[in-house]
Structure formats: structure tokens, C-alpha cells
Design a protein. Structure first.
Length: 230
């Protein structure tokens, strides 16, 4: 809606009105064509057995009353590259850069086993479930994804450290001092799983935590053979 426009004597009222209308139309056109930003990351999924293992560990740790935000197991994944906000009209281009990496990769065999913390066990801000098995190939996959998509997201300055996040320390809270002693008392066994897919995921933040939507998914290559002869 255009409000009253007053002509300035001797300065061309008709031209003044025309400019006002043109500017309003230009702003309306710009608004219609603004592109939404999507918060996205590349990841590989974990198995239902790993999610159940997460629940068991979280149930064992929760009675300590540590000021942690526990990750919902149904949201568990292994992040390979976090891109932050990407214009939605660039997401197809991002996906096209990831696709060849997935096609060249092979499935990986991993085991979720150890419990650890970042930045250290004496000052845990992130509690995680560690991995063994095809960790080096997983690191290579993350490196290939990062190299292929270097035009997207901020530069990655931290080395890739494969883990499954169990909990994060609440903002402003003191880190627990007894983490290692408590973690060592938890009975657990290694849970094997196969990584056979690569995903591009959108994260939408809300008051109840993040919501993840898989917007692209690619199958990795053929399963590696298992040596039955020891």
C-alpha cells in the first residue's frame, strides 16, 4: 500500500510519485526473490543397535546429575563436514559435488566401543562414543567430501575426529570432575555396524532441539568381503 505523496512545487510531482512507486516495486520484487538459507551437513548414519547402545550409556550416566544436554539417539550420525548456512538454491550444486565421492567410496565396517570426552576427560564438554575398525577409510571419506565441497561453508580448521556425540555440557555449566571414574564403571561391549550410505542433511533448530531432514542420499560401493579363514 502506498501512502499519500505530496508534490513539491516546481520539482515535478509526477516524477516524484513515479520514483516512489518504482522503488516500492523494486523492494517487493527483491523480497519475492530472496533465497532462504539452509543449515546443512554431510554425514553417514549409524545403526539401530548403536542407537540402543547410546540409550544404555546415557541411562547409566544420567543419575550422576551432570549438567549435560543428552543427544536423542534417533538423531545420531557421524558428521563428515558441517557447512553451516547454504543458500537453498545452491544445495543441488552442493549435492552434485558430493555424489561422485559417494560413488567412488566403499562401505565401511566400524564398531562403537569406547567412551571419551572433548577437550579432555578432566574437562569434558562433549561426551562421545568412540569408534574402531575402518577408521582410516572413514577419515579418507571425510577428507574427500571436504575437498570436493571446498566452495561451500567456512574453512574446516579442526582435524576430523570420528565420534558419536552422547552429550554436550550446558552453556555456563561447570564440567564434571569425575567423568573418567564413572565411565569406567559402565558395562559395555563393542557394537559392530556397517556404513553404506552418505547423506546430505538439513538441520532446523527449534526450542525442542534440532530436526534433521535427509535431502540427498547416496549408496556407497559393494560390501567388503569378510575373511572367514581368520
Amino acid at each position: 500500500m502506498i501512502g499519500p505523496v505530496y508534490s513539491k512545487p516546481g520539482q515535478g510531482g509526477g516524477l516524484y510519485l513515479s520514483v516512489m512507486v518504482t522503488n516500492r516495486l523494486r523492494r517487493t520484487s527483491t523480497t519475492k526473490h530472496e533465497t532462504a538459507a539452509w543449515r546443512v551437513f554431510a554425514a553417514v548414519p549409524v545403526s539401530d543397535a548403536v542407537r540402543e547402545q547410546m540409550r544404555d550409556i546415557q541411562t547409566a550416566l544420567a543419575p550422576q546429575g551432570w549438567p549435560m544436554r543428552w543427544v536423542r539417539p534417533e538423531l545420531a550420525h557421524l558428521t563428515l563436514r558441517f557447512y553451516g548456512n547454504v543458500a537453498s538454491d545452491r544445495v543441488p550444486d552442493l549435492a552434485s559435488q558430493i555424489a561422485p565421492v559417494a560413488q567412488a567410496a566403499r562401505p565401511l565396517r566400524l564398531e562403537a566401543s569406547t567412551i571419551g570426552a572433548f577437550p579432555s576427560e578432566h574437562r569434558p564438554r562433549v561426551i562421545w562414543l568412540g569408534l574402531v575398525g575402518d577408521v582410516k577409510p572413514l577419515e579418507a571419506l571425510a577428507g574427500a567430501v571436504t575437498s570436493a565441497t571446498s566452495a561451500f561453508g567456512p574453512p574446516e580448521r579442526r582435524p576430523f575426529a570420528p565420534h558419536i556425540t552422547l552429550a554436550r555440557l550446558r552453556d555456563g555449566a561447570a564440567a564434571p570432575s569425575d567423568f573418567r571414574a564413572v565411565a569406567d564403571r559402565i558395562t559395555r561391549c563393542a557394537v559392530p555396524f556397517v556404513v553404506d550410505r552418505l547423506q546430505l542433511i538439513r538441520s532446523e533448530l527449534g526450542p525442542g532441539g534440532p530436526t534433521y531432514t535427509t535431502i540427498h542420499e547416496w549408496q556407497l560401493g559393494a560390501l567388503p568381503e569378510i575373511d572367514d579363514h581368520g
